[in-house]
Structure formats: structure tokens, C-alpha cells
Design a protein around this ligand. Structure first.
Ligand SMILES: CC(C)(COP(=O)(O)OP(=O)(O)OC[C@H]1O[C@@H](n2cnc3c(N)ncnc32)[C@H](O)[C@@H]1OP(=O)(O)O)[C@@H](O)C(=O)NCCC(=O)NCCS
Length: 164
């Protein structure tokens, strides 16, 4: 799973997706500390134990480096940044019932805008995943020779390799 590079100086302009989602009652916002024990287990449900660990780390940052998508009190998507390494985007996921509506793209752009605001000019999307999604939404490009990168010593990866 390679990493991808994104130019934060060329992020897409607001195309109205976030406002359309809001009309459907889907809100994208930064995670709040009192919701930590609602969000981290939901990240485990949507993704994995490893992703939940990464999200937990994001709650030790100020501001919390996780955005969530909600419908009412239900968490239907999330995106983390600065989790396993600084200036890295991920993990992220959208509930399968809500995919294809632009939620993943808005979460991604909100997190990348936050990295730009932190002063970075480029960001890394760590260990992708759906390369065409990142190419299409933010013009990301695959970084040569970037697999396994920062995840080399990750026990989840080693255990997967042992079980192959
Ligand atoms: C990847 C993911 C977050 C995308 O979320 P989503 O809300 O369905 O995506 P969006 O609706 O915002 O898609 C935005 C655009 O990307 C396209 N797209 C979405 N997923 C794609 C994929 N896997 N491959 C190619 N294009 C994709 C959509 O068709 C859409 O194109 P459009 O603007 O022309 O309509 C979601 O599919 C997911 O949770 N996948 C499983 C977890 C995962 O792979 N996480 C990433 C790990 S690096």
C-alpha cells in the first residue's frame, strides 16, 4: 500500500457539496473531546482496531485532528490526520450505506485544509487504499517506493504477513 502526495496549494474550491449534505442533515465537523468514547469505537466498527488506535492518538492533539460526518447523533464517516506521522492524512472511512454522496471527499478536503492551515504546503496520504479516489478528488500522485513506509514496523501488518 503506497503513500500519495497532495499539493495543498491546489486544493479544490468549495463546490457546494458540503452545503448540499447539510440540507440532508449530514454535518461535517471537527471531533469534540466529550465525544471521544463515541467516536473511537465507531472508527473501529467502520475500519479496524488499528484505525481506532490512530484516531485515539488524534484526540491527544489540540485541536483534535479528526473530522467526523454525522446524521443526527449517528457517526457515518470520519477522517484523521497527523495520526501515525505528522502531515499524514488517514485513516478515513464512510459508512457503506452513505458512500457516493461526497462525504469522503468533504472529510478529506477539510482535513487537508487543516494541514495547510498548520503551515504545510504538501501532505502525504498514508498507505492507500483507493488510489483513483485520491487522484480524482485532490489530484494526489503515488509516491514511488513508498510501501511499506512509516507502517513498516506496524504489528498489524507483520501479523497479516505471518498469516498469509
Ligand atoms: C474511500 C471512501 C472514504 C470514499 O468515500 P465516499 O463518501 O464514498 O466518496 P465520495 O462520494 O466523496 O467520492 C468522491 C468522488 O470519488 C469517487 N470515488 C469514491 N470512491 C472511489 C474509489 N474507491 N475509487 C475511485 N473513485 C472513487 C466517487 O465516484 C466520486 O466521484 P464524482 O465526484 O465524480 O461523483 C469510501 O469508499 C470508504 O470508506 N472506503 C473504505 C475505506 C477506505 O478505503 N478508506 C481509505 C483508506 S486510504
Amino acid at each position: 500500500m503506497p503513500d500519495m502526495l497532495v499539493n495543498l496549494l491546489k486544493l479544490p474550491k468549495d463546490d457546494g457539496t458540503e452545503a448540499s449534505l447539510a440540507q440532508e442533515g449530514i454535518i461535517i465537523r471537527r471531533a469534540l473531546a466529550p465525544d471521544k468514547f463515541r467516536i473511537v469505537p465507531r472508527v473501529q466498527e467502520l475500519s479496524s482496531l488499528s484505525a481506532a488506535g490512530e484516531c485515539d492518538v488524534c484526540f491527544s492533539h489540540s485541536p483534535i485532528s479528526t473530522f467526523i460526518a454525522t446524521k443526527g447523533a449517528t457517526i457515518i464517516g470520519y477522517a484523521c490526520y497527523n495520526a501515525t506521522a505528522k502531515d499524514f492524512f488517514g485513516p478515513t472511512a464512510v459508512d457503506p450505506a452513505y458512500r457516493g454522496k461526497g462525504i469522503g471527499k468533504v472529510l478529506l478536503i477539510r482535513a487537508l485544509q487543516a494541514l495547510r492551515h498548520d503551515g504545510f504546503a504538501y501532505a502525504i496520504i498514508g498507505g492507500v487504499g483507493p488510489v483513483p479516489f485520491y487522484e480524482k478528488t485532490v489530484g494526489a500522485t503515488v509516491i514511488p517506493d513508498s510501501d511499506p513506509g512509516v507502517y513498516e514496523d506496524f504489528l498489524g501488518r507483520i501479523s497479516k504477513l505471518e498469516n498469509q
